[in-house]
Design a protein around this ligand. Structure first.
Ligand SMILES: NC(=O)c1ccc[n+]([C@@H]2O[C@H](COP(=O)([O-])OP(=O)(O)OC[C@H]3O[C@@H](n4cnc5c(N)ncnc54)[C@H](OP(=O)(O)O)[C@@H]3O)[C@@H](O)[C@H]2O)c1
Length: 319
């Protein structure tokens, strides 16, 4: 496939490595500043740079959006309206109304669109879900996940700036909610949130307690101001599954009353290749939506994060 990338920050490089690693090409990179975009293309062997989103139309098979969250909707909508298939970084947007607008644009032109929630495509989760289906740890009673690090306080940066929809929930908390969602197969019926807010009013540290249909709980944490770790754990009535670095997992271990197992699935490149292959598969089959990360999934995840933000009082200019 021929890709165009919108944005040329840190994750664009990760994506490019995976795409090239499986034989795809990156043909155009779009930035907001001509010189920075051109410098990036020169140093990363990309043939063309542009400051015009619509330069992708007709010249690539799909676009990957890798700008801060606050720019996802305004980049995706014109591309989708011009029938360019889009893989857009997580969180899909800043709030539910933006996500709905993006999906409407995709539907109106029958163009493929997917949130780049790469965790859902990782082979480790096929194994973990099969362990759960087989009842290897009994009934799940708790999902525990943390994703947090101590980033320098830089109020203008993507992580901390409310104008760029900064904060831990949208950046990394979404992965902890995704793990619980994978395990319980849906969203919680109740959620309760506590947060430490930054001076600008974004969630620097967030703690969540959620209750899922059937009674299972999730205890989730995310932070950009505290090294709370990167662990994922699923506790059942008869055992425990541990998933180190759960959002980019290459390994899971199961310890139950009757057995111990380890499953290992090293990434072929860096883990992004699985979602890229899913885009290729969908486009090859004429699909406009992936069932791995469906439109409904993205809308309900965003609605849940809106609900959590309203509990802790985090408001963005886009709300
Ligand atoms: N899937 C993952 O594992 C993963 C990991 C990290 C991030 N992400 C997602 O990817 C997106 C980008 O993250 P990143 O870490 O790559 O960000 P980053 O390193 O800060 O790069 C952001 C890019 O967007 C451009 N940009 C456009 N409008 C901007 C604005 N108003 N303010 C600042 N930059 C702007 C920047 O261009 P300039 O050079 O012109 O500033 C830069 O090229 C985020 O939505 C994030 O959630 C995903």
């Amino acid at each position: 496939m021929r890709w165009g990338i919108v944005g040329h920050g840190s994750i664009a490089k990760t994506f490019m490595k995976a795409a090239r690693g499986i034989g795809h090409s990156v043909d155009i990179v779009v930035g907001r500043d001509a010189e920075r975009a051109s410098n990036f293309c020169e140093s990363h062997d990309v043939p063309e740079s542009s400051t015009d989103l619509l330069s992708l139309v007709g010249n690539v098979d799909a676009a990957y959006i890798a700008v801060p969250h606050s720019g996802h909707c305004s980049a995706a909508v014109p591309l989708l309206e011009a029938s360019v298939p889009v893989l857009c970084e997580k969180p899909l947007a800043v709030n539910e109304s933006e996500v709905v607008k993006m999906i409407e644009a995709a539907k109106s032109t029958e163009t493929f669109f997917m949130e780049a929630m790469w965790t859902r495509h990782l082979p480790v989760y096929e194994k973990v879900l099969s362990w759960l289906r087989e009842g290897k740890i009994g009934r799940v009673t708790l999902v525990e996940a943390s994703f947090g690090f101590n980033a320098p306080y830089e109020p203008k940066s993507r992580l901390w700036n409310p104008d760029l929809a900064g904060g831990s929930l949208l950046d990394v908390g979404i992965y902890t909610l995704t793990l619980a969602d994978l395990v319980y197969g849906g969203l919680p019926e109740e959620v309760s949130a506590e947060a430490e807010l930054s001076p600008e009013g974004i969630d620097a540290h967030l703690g969540l307690l959620a209750k899922y249909p059937g009674g299972g709980l999730a205890r989730l944490g995310s932070a950009i101001n505290a090294a709370i770790g990167f662990s994922g754990k699923i506790v059942g009535t008869e055992g425990v599954i541990e998933i180190p670095f759960f959002w980019q997992a290459e390994k899971a271990t199961l310890d139950s009353d009757s057995s111990s197992e380890e499953f290992s699935a090293p990434h072929e490149v860096n883990g992004f290749e699985y979602q890229i292959r899913e885009v290729e598969r969908c486009l090859g089959s004429g699909l406009t939506e992936s069932q791995v990360v469906s439109f409904d999934w993205s809308v309900s995840m965003m609605r849940l994060m809106d609900q959590i933000r309203s509990q802790i009082g985090v408001v963005y200019p886009a709300d």
